[in-house]
Ligand binder design. Structure first.
Ligand SMILES: Cc1ncc(COP(=O)(O)O)c(C=O)c1O
Length: 381
């Protein structure tokens, strides 16, 4: 029999209009995936991956074990070395996903007696990792430097080790912190800064930390391969010592089967495409097309749709606040019926009252599609 307590929790979700269900594949215009540059469907990346596997006689389906046992294919070492070059990092360690990387980092790096200060809007994977650690943690108001400074001043007096955590692009709001100011605060209070770059890689160059030349100022970066790179997996970037430590103590790294060789080759080929795309700076490169679409979307909001309650930001994530699960679901449903895949983000994923429609922009969206979807939103909202 299904336990009552679990049944009641599901019933409550139905009552609140917040029951999660798995959707079907569709042919709607994509305003919801994280495939910002179209790499997940790129035939160039697919063909390059295939060719590399064939040319190097890599006829293997799986990695056969965890990396500390039989799964550490030489492709791993080669890719980690390349990641260091692409991201200007001393060392790097690949994890099976961004969720695993955050769990793996935060569960073992901050120690008992240490303090973690994290942005209140940090991704669930960061918060879950923090929960697994033995350190004390306190959230600061979203992107609020004054609040962060207040906490830094308080805990630096106690002479404890402090970790500060933020994202270079927040996954639900699409906005960015003032990284320059955070780096300076961390220096002032001798705190270690960790930046999750999941939604910045490929959108702001190869990452915002690098765009700002802060590679040396951060203790660790988390980059993921499942968003703009269109693949799967993630890496922690940091010092050699940090990576050696993770290999020894990060349980989500140690106790799991490694990625398959073809996953590693796909990541390598996607990065090569990304690096080329930024090198080329050609009008038709996917990075340029994404940049133009973000600009076009923002200009339309400014000129024609000021009445819509969008969160101001320059990233590929543009969120329009529409309070109430029922209302935001209904508007998303109407947009989907008109052919646009726009997803509602419901509470409890975001705080009650801050439910939203999240528009993810891509290199392959046309300006006509953007203009149409905003005109429809204005009509339905
Ligand atoms: C900020 C952030 N970090 C980490 C992750 C997890 O990455 P992955 O999808 O590779 O597990 C996400 C995913 O949405 C994210 O938004």
């Amino acid at each position: 029999m299904f336990p009552d307590k679990l049944h009641n929790k599901l019933s409550k979700r139905i009552e609140n209009d917040s029951l999660r269900t798995l959707g079907k594949e569709n042919n709607l215009v994509d305003f919801s995936s994280n495939d910002y540059l179209g790499f997940a469907k790129s035939d160039v990346i697919f063909k390059n991956t295939h060719q590399f596997l064939i040319e190097n006689d890599l006829v293997i389906n799986g990695s056969t074990g965890s990396r500390l046992l039989s799964g550490n294919h030489s492709l791993y070492t080669a890719l980690e070395k390349q990641l260091c070059q692409w991201h200007q990092s001393e060392a790097s360690l690949i994890f099976n996903s961004g969720y695993n990387a955050n769990l793996g980092f935060f569960s073992c790096v901050p120690q008992r007696g240490d303090v973690i200060l994290y942005d209140e809007y940090s991704h669930a994977s960061i918060r879950d990792g923090i929960q697994l650690s033995h350190s004390k943690s306190y959230k600061f108001h979203h992107n609020n430097l004054k609040d962060l400074k207040r906490l830094l001043a308080r805990y630096s007096e106690l002479n404890v080790h402090i970790y500060v955590v933020t994202e270079s692009v927040f996954s639900m709001d699409g906005d960015s912190p003032n990284l320059i100011a955070i780096v300076n605060l961390c220096k002032q209070y001798n705190a270690n800064l960790i930046v999750d770059e999941a939604h910045a890689v490929g959108v702001f160059g190869i990452g915002l930390v690098q765009t700002l030349n802060f590679e040396e100022e951060v203790f660790a970066r988390i980059v993921t391969f499942g968003k703009a790179l269109g693949c799967h997996g993630a890496a922690v970037l940091g010092s050699r010592q940090l990576i050696d430590y993770l290999v020894n103590f990060s349980r989500p790294f140690i106790y799991t089967t490694g990625l398959s060789p073809h996953s590693l080759v796909a990541i390598k080929c996607s990065y090569e495409e990304l690096v080329n795309s930024y090198k080329e700076e050609k009008s038709h490169s996917s990075s340029n097309q994404l940049k133009n679409n973000i600009q076009f979307f923002s200009q339309l909001l400014e000129k024609q749709y000021q009445q819509l309650n969008f969160i101001k930001c320059k990233s590929a994530i543009q969120s329009c606040i529409i309070s109430g699960n029922e209302k935001v679901k209904s508007i998303a449903g109407q947009l989907q019926k008109k052919g646009f895949d726009v997803k509602p983000i419901l509470s409890p994923t975001v705080p009650e009252g801050e439910e939203r429609l999240r528009f993810c922009l891509h290199s392959y969206n046309t300006q006509e599609q953007i203009a149409q979807v905003l005109a429809l939103l204005c009509k339905f909202a």
